[in-house]
Design a protein around this ligand. Structure first.
Ligand code: SIN
Length: 516
């Protein structure tokens, strides 16, 4: 048995290494059936009308992995038309929930079957360690499975009527074409979380993946094609940073698009929200956070340290729900830092495609510049760098050392803004009231975390912490079954869970009168 397992492991490893090498060289289309260099509109793989393309690079070494079409508003109009025709003329809106569920299940099976290849593509273009990419495949696929199941439970209601000659019904109908704008930090899961909910509801979609990570999106699309998605139901347009703003604006302003769902920065979210206002368009926004991670003196410190590592270093800190401000109670402050320091020192840094690497590069130059400036700003204003604090140019241009900064003050960027990098910023507090005051003193309200073994405190803080999601003695909270979303300026709407489909349906009230 041991030999068998070893044999299989060795084989998997050989396959992995082979694929890794291919990805390292360039994503080879003949051998990598999931590597697409065209976008997908109306069931066809197409280039940009302009013929322009842009490069996709590997953040681990900045080598070019391939090119994809640099689409502009003309191409996006084609995609919107295709999605609109599929919804109305080809009658996707009339498809049965059973058929849609079957299609999503087929897609799920193909995604599962190709998980290794997708993970390699994702690591190559996002820099995410391979184990994390595989974790994201599990997470991303789980949305497809979940919404395949949920598709058949979009029930309406028969409402007790106040007049006996009337019958009142509420039915849920798909809203139409959904424009989905997705980020680079979860190149798979943010697409499946939105697209499978929309398709389960009976909508058609136009997906605009982030310019840094279009290859994963196209790989998922290839499998959707193989699963048999009808023409125009799922369209993907790729565009460079230069065209991103005009493409986003068109999706928000086109009368043929009924709903927008966006995951990304609060700044861009606000802009899209304004652009949707004129058409009173349905919009779901999952925006930036500034997550507090509070450790009270009653906490199990070992569990708190594990939670801190999971929350902070997932995807090198480039996660909207990543712990951003660590609030540590006076009595356990030094001990927490000391235990956390040991764990951080043990992290393996490097190219995410290499065995055992836990911390890869940041996604691009803008991101590493931002993280570096935030740490410099804190240093200049008197913060204490306990560990790290510098770029790791020996690994490549985009690596930042896992860092701990303590003695934070509220005028520092690390305190006020979302870091999106491997930096633990620590604030010391004395009382529960003080912790809550600091935690809630922000316009962001996506996720929050706290560790406490005091039951009364657990209930108090759960109620008073102003975030849409809370990890209580837990640092990893994401799941398809959970309602993901924020309050304040962190967004509107919910993704995943039984509520995720609601973003893509409207309730129609039917009043049948004059009944005898
Ligand atoms: C995000 O960072 O935008 C999403 C993270 C998650 O779904 O866990």
């Amino acid at each position: 048995m041991a030999t068998l397992l070893l044999g299989r492991f060795a084989l998997n490893r050989a396959v992995n290494l082979g694929l890794t090498r291919m990805i390292g060289n360039s994503l080879n289309r003949r051998t990598m059936h999931l590597h697409q260099n065209h976008a997908f509109i109306n069931g066809k793989w197409v280039g940009a009308r302009s013929g322009l393309t842009f490069d996709v690079t590997n953040p681990a070494n900045e080598q070019v992995l391939g090119t994809v079409p640099d689409m502009d508003i003309n191409d996006v109009n084609d995609a919107i038309d295709a999605a609109h025709n599929a919804f109305y003329d080809k009658k996707w809106h009339n498809s049965t929930a059973k058929d849609r569920a079957a299609l999503l299940k087929k897609w799920f099976q193909l995604l599962e079957k190709n998980r290794k290849e997708i993970a390699l593509i994702m690591t190559a273009e996002s820099g995410k360690p391979i184990a994390e990419s595989e974790g994201e495949i599990t997470y991303g696929n789980s949305f497809v499975e979940w919404f395949a199941e949920e598709a058949r439970r979009v029930y309406g209601e028969i409402v007790p009527t106040p007049q006996s000659n009337r019958q009142m019904m509420l039915v849920k109908q798909p809203i139409g074409v959904a424009g989905l704008i997705t980020p680079w930090n979860f190149p798979h899961a943010m697409i499946t979380r939105k697209a499978s909910a929309a398709i389960a509801a009976g909508c058609t979609v136009v997906i605009k993946p982030a310019e840094d990570t279009p290859l994963t999106a196209l790989a998922l699309t290839k499998l959707a094609e193989e699963a048999g998605f009808p023409k125009g139901v799922l369209n993907v347009v790729t565009s460079s940073r230069k065209n991103a703003a005009s493409v986003g604006k068109l999706l928000c302003q086109s009368e043929k698009v009924a709903a927008i769902s966006f995951t990304g920065s609060t700044e861009v979210g606000k802009l899209l929200y304004k652009q949707c206002a004129n058409g009173i368009k349905r919009i779901g926004l999952e925006l930036g956070g500034n997550a507090p991670f509070i450790v009270f003196k009653s906490a199990d410190l070992d569990k708190a340290v594990i939670g801190a590592m999971n929350s902070k270093f997932r995807n090198c800190g480039q996660t909207c729900i990543s712990a951003n401000r660590f609030l540590i109670q006076d009595e356990v402050h030094d001990e927490f830092i000391s235990r956390l320091t040991e764990k951080i020192k043990a992290l393996k840094i490097g190219d995410g495609s290499h065995d055992g690497v836990q911390i890869g590069p940041l996604i691009n130059h803008a991101q590493i510049n931002k993280v570096t400036q935030f740490v410099e700003d804190a240093k200049q204003k008197g913060a204490n760098v306990v560990l790290g604090g510098r770029q790791l140019s020996e690994h490549g241009a985009l690596y930042f050392e896992p860092t701990i900064v303590s003695h934070l003050r509220d005028d520092m960027k690390l305190y006020r803004e979302e870091i999106f990098g491997p930096v633990v910023s620590i604030i010391r507090f004395k009382t529960e009231e003080e912790a809550l005051q600091i935690a809630n003193a922000t316009q962001r309200g996506l996720a929050g975390y706290f560790y406490s073994n005091d039951l009364n405190q657990v209930f108090r803080i759960s109620k008073l912490l102003e975030t849409g999601m809370i990890g209580v003695n837990e640092g990893l909270i994401s799941a398809a079954e959970a309602a993901f979303g924020g309050i304040k300026e962190s967004g509107i709407g919910r993704e995943g869970s039984k509520y995720g489909i609601d973003e893509y349906v409207y309730i129609k009230y039917l009043c049948y009168g004059g009944l005898e």
